[in-house]
Design a protein. Structure first.
Length: 327
């Protein structure tokens, strides 16, 4: 059932991407903003309450609907509900247009346009970046975005769905990523003051929830790329100092495709359905390793790595679903 829901959701997202500013994402932004304004009173316990209401309550609502539909029709409506939820939680097309636009500009030799599009995507100053650095930025941001939009959500969905909790995991994961980013955006744009406690609690809980999915993604990239080099790069990164979830993914990517990656920015939080501005809200230590200097051709290599990982996920889920049916 999980395999069918994921496959159909991904196919629907490719055929008809979720539009920017759609009703679901608009409601999500309004909900998270309301939770912050209502419960954030500057103390840690208030911050925990605000985060719990913003993230866990929608997950519980989604779970309740899933159980209700499963109880009424055994599985058909429950599968449809899974597809609807995953359609709004997963998807390359929520960020891939940025990747494609920058790649097209680089392949046409229009580096100023590529810098402009990179700056628009990540809200950073890209003036003066050489061609190789533009490519490196795009590779790093795209790999992390693929993890946040697809592989991380898939990991939590698969784990909790196996426990009978339906699409709750995907919702909690996506909201846990979105909440610290949105609250930081509200503070940076002076929409409202956001307490340090709220930002710290949201950031710590996001790091905790992303710890396992980040390592699953890193391992998947190693399996679908150059395994020994990816594992070696990963180990080297972890021995080099403070370790971040994003850094683990980038270290594995660096070895998997033999590409030199480094601190493309001080921090990175990807856009989600147009809800954020791509600005930094929490530091990350990027992976620095050996490998080739980034070139435009590496962008297609990264696309191949990501799609091989998607296929691996689907094959694994299909085998697990078949084993459950036969067992």
């Amino acid at each position: 059932m999980s395999f069918i829901a994921i496959l159909i959701a991904l196919l629907l997202e490719q055929a008809r991407p979720v539009g920017r500013g759609n009703a679901v994402h608009s409601a999500m932004r309004a909900w998270v903003g309301w939770c912050g304004r209502t419960f954030d009173a500057g103390k840690s316990h208030h911050a925990g309450l605000a985060w719990g209401v913003a993230v866990l309550l929608p997950g519980l609502v989604v779970l309740a609907v899933y159980w209700l539909l499963a109880g009424l029709t055994d599985w058909p409506l429950a599968v449809i509900w899974n597809i609807v939820v995953l359609y709004h939680c997963l998807g390359f097309r929520q960020f891939s247009h940025h990747f494609t636009d920058i790649r097209d500009a680089l392949e046409a030799g229009d580096e100023p346009l590529a810098r402009e599009r990179l700056a628009h995507w990540q809200q950073v100053d890209a003036n003066g970046l050489p061609r190789s650095e533009i490519v490196r930025h795009v590779v790093e941001h795209s790999v992390i975005a693929a993890h946040r939009h697809v592989f991380g959500a898939l990991a939590w969905f698969s784990v909790l769905a196996a426990l009978g909790l339906g699409p709750m995991g995907a919702v909690i994961y996506r909201l846990a990523e979105f909440v610290p980013r949105y609250w930081a955006r509200e503070k940076s744009t002076r929409v409202r003051p956001v307490s340090e406690a709220a930002q710290q609690v949201a950031g710590n809980l996001w790091h905790l929830l992303d710890w396992l999915p980040a390592r699953i993604t890193a391992m998947a990239f190693a399996v679908t790329g150059s395994f020994e080099d990816a594992i070696d790069s990963w180990r080297t990164y972890e021995r080099s100092g403070p370790v971040s979830n994003d850094g683990v993914i980038l270290a594995s990517t660096s070895g998997a495709i033999n590409l030199r990656l480094g601190p493309a920015s001080e921090a990175y939080v990807p856009d989600m359905g147009g809800a954020g501005d791509g600005s930094a809200t929490a530091g990350r230590a990027a992976a620095t390793g050996g490998g080739m200097e980034p070139e435009v051709g590496h962008l297609r290599v990264v696309v191949g790595l990501v799609w091989r990982t998607v296929v691996m996920w689907l094959v694994l889920l299909a085998l697990l679903s078949l084993a459950r049916l036969l067992g």
